[in-house]
Design a protein around this ligand. Structure first.
Ligand code: C5P
Length: 408
């Protein structure tokens, strides 16, 4: 499990701006305080419409900074002191407005002034929260890219029904994901330094004709979370992904493919240089034997038969060409006999670890942001991980891989 001790005694500056997601920052505040962090909250005036200063004060047992001119000590400038003495700065939620101000360096209230005074060496984590159109707007995307280039860690937003009832990306990362990200910045930072990691993710699409294909329900979220977590821990990561709706995690080399054959070719090219390979893709087991050149026409009342031929097992092909010291992990998405099937895959595919999940559970597997997986090791040991965000699950898996590799 992620080591929580690194937060003990750490000074966290938590900036809260005016989004409905500000109510979640109270939970974040509570979690950080319970982990021993010294949390200093700075709120914008709009944030105070969504969550009360008294709530944050009670959760942190410290006064909350809400006014640039409220200086408790005449001999010191409070916002400069705070910005310079923090071990980490977290902005959650970060609105489009706040992100825009950060990008251009506007300092017109207590939070933006603090943010401008944060030393370059202090890690800065931003959890955006906004309507999906605002998020997708080129201005916001440009501002986020500017912050990323400056080394700011931007957390991905979640997909779902937003406060405005629109459906899309823009939900603030959950507090447990933010805590995981903060923990990582202190604890495992660097344990994958110098390591090259190959992750496969998403479904594959096996074409029947120019418009139709055989596919599956994989969203790619688990693989993308693994790639994101590995980059944060210092790895250089290549993510070979089937078609997904997900943006490339920052710092990851993303190679997009459509079919299993393309995925195999890209993986075979990348694998020899990799220390760790994780097969999280839901690769189609079969593909149509023939792909029609033009759209197949419907013939009313006539059944058709499509001949399918097997695709090569990518992860098994990678284990059979294994470079010395390579650690290879497979996934097992099962609806029944999870334990037995995972154990069989471990042996038949020559894997070092199989991560199984029961995809018949509504809160694990396809297209949800959480997962509950079991790790199966050669020799029969297994470990159930708790239900948690896919990013936290990814982090957990990487911690176990790092430990296993250090024992080789
Ligand atoms: O045999 P099964 O498809 O259940 O195995 C799942 C594991 O094998 C996953 O790690 C998946 O990415 C990998 N796999 C693969 N190529 C295939 C089929 C599965 O890499 N053709």
């Amino acid at each position: 499990m992620t080591d929580n001790a690194p937060l003990a005694g750490k000074r966290v500056l938590l900036g809260v701006s005016g989004s409905i997601a500000a109510y979640k920052s109270a939970d974040l505040c509570s979690r950080l305080s319970k982990l021993g962090a010294e949390v200093h909250v700075v709120m914008t005036s709009s944030a105070m419409h969504f969550v009360g200063e008294a709530t944050m004060r009670a959760l942190t047992r410290r006064s909350v900074m809400t006014d640039l001119f409220d200086e408790p000590h005449s001999d010191r400038i409070a916002h400069i002191d705070l910005a310079q003495s923090s071990d980490i700065v977290v902005v959650a939620p970060a609105t489009a407005n706040l992100i825009a101000k950060m990008a251009v360096g506007i300092a017109d209230d207590i939070l933006t002034t603090c943010l401008l005074a944060v030393p370059k060496s202090t890690p800065l984590l931003v959890a955006p929260a906004m309507n999906s159109l605002m998020l997708e707007h080129p201005a916001t995307q440009h501002n986020l890219a500017t912050l990323r280039d400056r080394g700011v860690e931007i957390l991905a937003t979640g997909y779902g029904v937003l406060a405005c009832q629109d459906v899309g990306y823009g939900k603030m990362a959950e507090p447990d994901e933010i805590v995981t990200a903060i923990n990582l910045m202190f604890s495992n930072r660097g344990d994958f330094c110098g390591k090259r990691v190959l992750v496969t993710a998403g479904p594959t699409r096996e074409p029947l004709d120019p418009v139709r294909y055989i596919g599956n329900r994989s969203s790619g979220k688990m693989g993308y979370a693994l790639a994101q977590a590995a980059v944060r821990r210092g790895a250089s990561v290549i993510l070979v992904s089937g078609p997904t709706a997900l943006a490339s995690p920052p710092g990851v080399e993303l190679v997009r493919v459509q079919t299993a054959e393309q995925m195999l070719a890209e993986c075979m090219k990348a694998a020899p240089d990799c220390n760790v390979i994780i097969g999280a893709a839901a690769v189609a087991d079969y593909r149509p034997a023939k792909v029609a050149d033009s759209k197949m026409k419907r013939q009313s009342g006539v059944s058709i038969t499509i001949e399918l031929v097997p695709n090569e097992d990518i992860i098994a092909a990678l284990t059979s060409h294994r470079s010395p010291g390579q650690f290879i992990v497979g996934f097992a998405a099962e609806t029944d006999n999870v334990e037995q099937n995972a154990a069989r895959k471990l042996t038949s595919k020559g894997l070092d670890l199989v991560v199984s999940n029961d995809v018949s559970r509504p809160d694990a597997g396809f297209d949800v942001d959480t997962n509950a997986v079991t790790l199966h090791w050669p020799g029969g040991n297994s470990e159930d991980l708790p239900l948690q965000s896919k990013l936290a699950t990814a982090d957990h898996i990487l911690t176990r891989i790092a430990a296993a590799m250090s024992h080789v």
